[in-house]
Design a protein. Structure first.
Length: 339
């Protein structure tokens, strides 16, 4: 049974349709990520769930209750923003306790709840610090604690990691996932970073221009993109014109075909390739990027530039610009995409 249901949500600002007839369901304890390019409507959708936008068209239901026109504070929703939005003149404890004071809990209850959540987000020892005395990662953990302490029915996070540097970002994203699982929290997380979405989510809602283009598990979205937009947004799909696909693989389609860089092999002498691979096709290397454990070659083949990934096993085997090579395509992974 669905925990959150959105029916035909449409949001306009003047002539600009920012959410275009969006419908979805979310299960209890599910971690859903809204992923998509900047301006596609992710924050607007999150704000609609939180009640921070008034909804004119469509309905939002939580646990069988129509909350479409309910005030934000009545919805039982916790929200964390990219900018921490902490009270600068309050300590860590004060910031976290704020929501409980509004709920009129007793002093000892507040103390107990705040201590518990401080433990959960690993801020022990920082209780008496002010926001300006904390790092970005610590501030965001205060914001998270503040959202969690009121035991929300749904946790909404709008790009909470975007302002942090890479290492802290990875640590905090793991922490968010752990807490979400431990508390069985139904969570909607917003990001424009596809790796973040892939590693954190039970399901990804991939958005473009105010619509949800595909709502699926990370694996399904990565392996079976429903259209060209999803294929180009997720990972580094090569998109090939239908004519070239016919010429190389004898695939008859009117749409482009997508193939991931790791599904194209550089043919090595004497090596056997199992499975369903194409005939060899000659290409020329036009450049490469070193991605650590992977080398991503740019290969020119029949007026088309492809990205081809090779495991970086040895620095001596780097193929130089201008070299020719034979490519084999894993035909099980060559897929026509909706135009
Ligand atoms: P995202 O979070 O995906 O980057 P947003 O939901 O913030 O995108 O914005 C989507 C579009 O809606 C943008 O074109 C933005 O300018 C517009 N928009 C968002 N909020 C408002 C508002 N309160 N008034 C007018 N336009 C808005
Ligand atoms: Mg946004």
């Amino acid at each position: 049974m669905s925990y959150v249901t959105a029916k035909n949500l449409t949001q306009r600002f003047g002539n600009n349709t920012v959410l275009d007839n969006i419908s979805f369901t979310i299960k209890q304890s599910e971690f859903v990520t809204l992923l998509g390019p900047s301006g596609c409507g992710k924050s607007t959708l999150l704000r609609s769930l939180a009640g921070l936008n008034s909804t004119d068209v469509g309905e939002i239901w939580v646990e069988g209750e129509n909350i479409t026109h309910q005030a934000p504070q009545k919805r039982g929703i916790g929200m964390v923003f990219q900018s921490y939005a902490l009270f600068p003149n309050m300590t860590v404890e004060g910031n976290i306790a704020f929501g409980l004071k509004i709920k009129k809990l007793t002093g000892s209850q507040i103390k107990h709840e705040v201590a518990q959540v401080i433990e959960l987000v690993e801020l022990k020892g920082k209780e008496k610090n002010y926001p300006h005395e904390l790092s970005g990662g610590q501030r965001q953990r205060v914001a998270l604690a503040r959202a969690l302490v009121v035991k929300p029915r749904i946790l909404l996070l709008d790009e909470p990691l975007s302002a942090l540097d890479a290492k802290i970002r990875k640590h905090l994203r793991q922490q968010i996932c752990d807490i979400q699982k431990e508390m069985n929290l139904t969570t909607v997380f917003v990001t424009h970073d596809q790796e973040e979405a892939m590693v954190m989510s039970d399901r990804i809602f991939l958005m473009n221009k105010g619509e949800i283009v595909q709502a699926d598990t990370p694996e399904e979205i990565y392996l079976h993109p429903v259209n060209e937009f999803v294929a180009s947004f997720m990972g580094h799909y090569n998109l090939m014109e239908s004519q070239l696909a016919k010429q190389l693989f004898n695939i008859d389609t009117h749409c482009k075909v997508a193939i991931r860089p790791e599904s194209i092999y550089v043919r090595e002498q004497g090596r056997k390739y199992g499975g369903h691979v194409s005939l060899p096709h000659l290409g020329t290397i036009t450049g490469h990027q070193l991605l650590g454990n992977v080398i991503r070659y740019k290969v020119h083949i029949e007026q088309c530039e492809l990205e081809v990934d090779v495991l970086n096993r040895s620095s001596e085997r780097l193929l130089t610009r201008g070299s020719q090579l034979e490519l084999l395509f894993n035909l099980n992974e060559v897929q026509p995409v909706r135009c």
